[in-house]
Design a binder for this molecule. Structure first.
Ligand code: IMP
Ligand code: MG
Length: 333
């Protein structure tokens, strides 16, 4: 903190939701701003025994005093937003920038029926077609929708003021580095850049305002949709290893492969990462489930973490040891 950006170093679904929810409570984050593409993201947060699958709201909603902002670079689906506001009872603190572009039914229809659906296996959330319209300057914005009026605020102004006042601010990236339109596995990628710099742009802060960039990496890699995945395992093998996951938004099977050091190292570079959060260590090393200190992790788990650090040259400050917000090793000072 004070201003920390959280982004994923692989293909999304590395557990950003859990890391962000932990940080928001632990560091008493005053303001969080959601960056990234839009409702194509699925973030799972387990809080007080309840599992939330969010597509629009910031994962920091678990911290009850935190302002929950959505930056102007993010696409908003009003139905999804209003549903999640109700689900999390967060009407008084969720705010959307008037310049967020709005996903309309025609975008969802095109995304589900169009050529991209088959070729790239998009999430079908309407994000690509809406961003295309935004580039053409035909998309409508949040300010054009009366039902969003009570949620509107100048998000860049709020975020910059909070930073100026020395409050803890969290910028929530979505998707993952290799789904970036610029740095990812084109054309098998999403509809814009999603690295840390893009996350700053999405919420309207300049690069000089950022103190830390936390890169979230999972102990193995997964990817949904089409595109290259080095060392990909069969579904049967993934099941055997406990790596067989089902996607939050689409319900599709996630393809799985071992931890990729080359991708991790490049993601550190592309995002200017200062720290790494390594998640799901308990899946690789079940005896480490629920560990809250580095010492409580098993010997092989600790060796794995040290190996990651020596190869990517960035400290692993957070280690996820289970889905719950408090199942985490925090090695920050
Ligand atoms: P789109 O973003 O819906 O256009 O999908 C483009 C590609 O990015 C597809 O392979 C999706 O499965 C993938 N993708 C988009 N958002 C996410 C995410 O939040 N997590 C994982 N994969 C994603
Ligand atoms: Mg996800």
């Amino acid at each position: 903190m004070p201003c920390t950006v959280v982004v994923c170093g692989f293909f999304g679904d590395t557990g950003k939701g859990k890391v962000i929810s932990y940080l928001s409570i632990k560091d008493k984050v005053a303001v969080t701003a959601r960056a990234g593409v839009g409702p194509n993201a699925g973030h799972t947060v387990v809080h007080k025994g309840k599992e939330y699958k969010l597509r629009m709201l910031p994962s920091a909603f678990v911290s009850d005093k935190c302002r929950l902002l959505i930056g102007p670079g993010v696409l908003v689906n009003p139905e999804t937003l209003l549903y999640e506001v109700q689900l999390t009872k967060s009407e008084d603190r969720v705010r959307v920038d008037p310049q967020c572009a709005i996903i309309e039914p025609r975008h969802v229809k095109t995304d589900k029926m169009g050529a991209l659906a088959e070729k790239i296996r998009t999430t079908g959330s309407g994000s690509g077609p809406c961003n295309a319209e935004r580039a053409l300057r035909t998309a409508r914005l949040a300010r054009d929708f009366p039902k969003l009026e009570k949620f509107l605020t100048d998000v860049p102004l709020e975020v910059n003021e909070a930073i100026e006042e020395g409050k803890n601010v969290l910028i929530e990236g979505t998707q993952g580095t290799y789904l970036s339109l610029f740095h990812g596995t084109y054309p098998y990628c999403t509809s814009k850049d999603v690295t840390a710099s893009a996350a700053c742009s999405d919420v309207g802060i300049g690069p000089t305002k950022v103190d830390d960039v936390i890169l979230v990496l999972k102990a193995y890699t997964t990817r949904v949709g089409a595109g290259p995945l080095d060392g990909e395992l069969s579904w049967e093998e993934a099941e055997k290893r406990g790596w067989a996951e089902i996607a939050t938004v689409t319900g599709r099977r996630r393809r799985a492969a071992p931890f990729n050091y080359n991708l991790a190292k490049r993601a550190v570079m592309l995002n200017g990462a200062t720290e790494v959060a390594l998640t799901k260590i308990d899946i690789l090393f079940p005896e480490s489930k629920g560990a809250k200190t580095f010492e409580a992790l098993s010997q092989p788990a600790r060796e794995f973490i040290r190996n990651v650090e020596s190869k990517i040259k960035v400290p692993v400050t957070l280690v996820g040891s289970g889905p719950g917000v408090w199942e985490i090793v925090d090695r920050r000072d």
